[in-house]
Write a protein that binds this ligand. Structure first.
Ligand SMILES: Cc1cc2ncn([C@H]3O[C@H](COP(=O)(O)O)[C@@H](O)[C@H]3O)c2cc1C
Ligand SMILES: O=C(O)c1cccnc1
Length: 356
């Protein structure tokens, strides 16, 4: 492992327990029965611990979209052709993709990073950090070199560092890459030991024959490459994707900067498992936005011990579920800052009353 990656991993420290406990005490003084705001309360406490500020406010949020192509597409694992990655990339750079709309609606920026799109893409708003022109077909051999997986992780972490310099204090994981639900499924199976039959899903919507082909391809990729489940870098190298590795870097980078990182769907979940394996302390900085309809996502969230905020039957990726959950994060922060306490409002608290 490179010195740079080791330094990144070592710079991640546990959240601030003092700020988390101050947030918890503040919540109990607000004019409501204790705990009655449910998950908004645990969210507020987690955000305080992450930032070290008892009443945090996130004025600058960024969806980090990592984009790359997949050699495994030649096995017929997606309902869409591989060129859609570059076509959608231009759509996203023009502001017309779902993530552009939902990020605008939530007041967040979108930063698009090319870590491995199989085309020369040039656009003033595109961050070009191309490691290579897409992965090799993992059904036939390793998807990439170990050094390339490391380079992709660092590209994600460096994109976070730049956004942090520009003022971003909360990150959302997003991605684009036709074929990436296949690579993500292989990563999840390799890291957790779960069977492809329970993890591989329909992605963009392959039919039943396509699903069977996808499962067989993931089985073959695991068999051919024998990734070491105890070595996340080996897993990303052999059956991963450049954008999946870069997303692991986004997560590690956010944790290193003590910023919350909101996970989107299945692909983000695979990256989160890899990030946690590389740096267990990063787990405390993760928030699960939604439960994706992709088969396997529920198992990924169980492995990560995360509960999703939203259940909207979405299965798009790009960071769309993450962007929607920002409304709840902002709501939790406003509760902390704006709600009156029992003392402020002259409302009797439950202390003197008969216990329920
Ligand atoms: C038009 C379009 C827009 C998308 N935006 C995100 N994805 C999502 O679907 C792809 C993964 O699914 P699979 O593994 O089945 O190829 C990724 O690009 C992911 O970001 C899209 C897919 C399509 C077709
Ligand atoms: O859950 C996701 O992130 C997802 C599911 C299907 C296709 N693309 C992304």
């Amino acid at each position: 492992m490179s010195e740079k990656l080791r330094q990144l991993i070592n710079s991640i420290t546990p959240p601030d327990e003092v700020a988390a406990s101050a947030a918890s005490q503040h919540l109990d003084q607000l004019t409501k029965p204790p705990g009655s705001l449910g998950k908004l309360e645990s969210l507020a406490i987690q955000l305080a611990g992450i930032t070290g500020v008892d009443k945090p406010e996130f004025n600058h949020k960024t969806v980090m979209v990592m984009a790359a192509d997949h050699g495994v597409c030649e096995e017929g694992v997606s309902a869409f052709p591989a060129e859609v990655t570059q076509q959608m990339l231009y759509n996203m750079l023009s502001g017309g993709a779902a993530i552009n709309v939902l990020a605008r609606h939530a007041g967040a920026d979108v930063k698009v990073v090319d870590v491995g799109v199989n085309a020369d893409v040039a656009h003033p708003d595109l961050v070009s950090r191309k490691v290579r022109m897409g992965t090799s077909n993992m059904a036939k051999g390793p998807a990439m070199l170990r050094t390339e997986a490391e380079q992709a992780i660092l590209a994600g972490a460096e994109a976070v560092a730049e956004a942090f310099e520009d003022g971003t204090r909360l990150f959302v994981t997003g991605e684009l890459g036709i074929g990436n639900t296949t690579a993500s499924a292989a990563v999840v199976c390799a890291l957790t030991g779960l069977e492809p039959e329970v993890i591989v899903g329909r992605g963009t919507g392959v039919d039943t024959a396509g699903l069977a082909r996808k499962i067989a391809v993931v089985c073959r990729a695991l068999d051919v490459n024998q990734p070491d489940g105890n070595d996340a870098l080996d897993v990303l190298t052999k059956v991963g994707g450049l954008e999946i590795a870069a997303l692991a870097g986004v997560i590690l980078g956010a944790a290193a900067h003590r910023c919350p990182v909101v996970l989107d769907g299945f692909i983000s979940g695979a990256a989160a498992l890899a990030a946690r394996a590389l740096a267990p302390a990063s787990a405390a900085y993760m928030l699960a936005s939604h439960a994706s309809d992709e088969r396997g996502h529920a198992a990924v969230l169980r492995q990560l011990k995360l509960e999703p905020m939203l259940h909207l039957d979405m299965r798009l990726g790009e960071g769309t579920g993450g962007a929607l959950s920002l409304h709840l994060i902002d709501a939790a922060c406003r509760i902390m800052r704006e709600m009156a306490t029992f003392a402020d409002a002259g409302v009797s608290d439950g202390q003197g009353a008969a216990q329920r």
